[in-house]
Design a protein around this ligand. Structure first.
Ligand code: AKB
Length: 315
């Protein structure tokens, strides 16, 4: 595997753990972490560069410096923050993607990974077993940027032969790095607050079911789709990706098995409307069939793993 990889947005929730895993596979010096801010001390040793992901010239400079072959573009503004800063979100989410796609079109790099999201679906999409191909009318700025980005990916693939691959991430749950500005963030915060205070106030209603996934599975899926043969990648917009779906009440009851005095209260805010516009259970059979995707963690095993790791970290 002779690849040199550049990660844009390596300080974020997924970027951080993806960098770690890619360095274990490809070697630390072959994976260049980058972000608009310096978080090199939080990431495993290896090269780190400050890059604004919307600055094509700055990306090209680093691509040339390290002879980069693949770019993973993880920089993005997530759903809740994007509703507060719509123009900024659009500029970041779109300009970074177009910059990287252009670099691939101009043959500076061979392969691109870009994440879409369940946010690309909208209130008119089927909520249960949401198919790969269906009505998609997103109602959030973030969702509009993701759906538009999917079309750009397919356009660059069809018209310029760009090898770009993409997954529609559900809410991704981790314990090493916290997410920032998403609607599914409650499912991470709840574990931290359960251990710190044995109580949590949830910003979504108790019966709000959303598709979710443990970070280990999200990282595995990302690397798997990038390592698949090009002929296996039949969807060039973005693949549905799924593992588990649960409500705040269900995750709370799982946590109670470990922390019996844990209490949850509900104070839904503006994020409820965003969550209500998204699917509840995703059908990802196309990804499973095309490149053999399989998840490993369910709600039970994920909760066990997170609480075990957080407890060990706090000792
Ligand atoms: C968010 O909540 O905005 C993200 C996502 C589902 O893409 N986690």
């Amino acid at each position: 595997m002779n690849e040199t990889i550049l990660i844009l947005g390596a300080c974020g929730q997924i970027g951080n753990e993806l960098t770690e895993k890619l360095r274990a596979i490809y070697g630390s010096n072959n994976v260049i972490a980058s972000d608009i801010r310096d978080c090199s001390s939080q990431i495993n040793s290896g090269p780190f560069e400050i890059i604004d992901a919307t600055d094509k010239g700055a990306i090209l400079k680093i691509v040339n410096k390290y002879k980069v072959t693949q770019v993973y573009l993880l920089a993005a503004m997530l759903s809740a923050t994007a509703e507060k800063f719509p123009q900024k979100a659009w500029d970041l989410n779109m300009n970074s993607l177009l910059a990287v796609l252009d670099l691939a079109k101009e043959k500076h790099i061979k392969q691109v990974y870009w994440p879409s999201s369940i946010a690309a679906f909208g209130p008119t999409s089927p909520k249960i077993n949401t198919p790969q191909i269906t009505v998609m009318e997103p109602s959030t700025v973030y969702g509009i940027s993701k759906r538009t980005g999917e079309f750009w990916c397919e356009y660059y693939h069809k018209n310029y032969g760009v090898d770009v691959r993409s997954l529609r991430y559900p809410g991704v749950i981790s314990w090493k790095t916290k997410p920032g500005g998403g609607t599914t963030d409650y499912a991470v915060d709840i574990y931290f607050k359960a251990l710190e205070q044995a109580k949590y106030t949830c910003f979504l209603a108790e019966d709000t079911r959303l598709p979710m996934m443990y970070m280990a599975d999200a990282v595995d899926a990302t690397i798997k789709i990038m390592q698949a043969n090009s002929s296996e990648i039949k969807i060039r917009t973005s693949y549905n990706l799924a593992a588990i779906s649960f409500t705040p009440a269900q995750i709370a009851s799982e946590i109670k098995k470990y922390i019996p005095n844990f209490e949850i209260t509900y104070e839904p805010d503006f994020r409820q409307k965003i969550a209500d516009s998204w699917p509840q259970i995703i059908d990802d059979s196309t990804a499973r069939g095309d490149w053999n995707w399989q998840h490993k963690f369910d709600l039970k095993s994920m909760t066990n793993d997170i609480l075990k790791n957080l407890k060990a970290q706090n000792q």
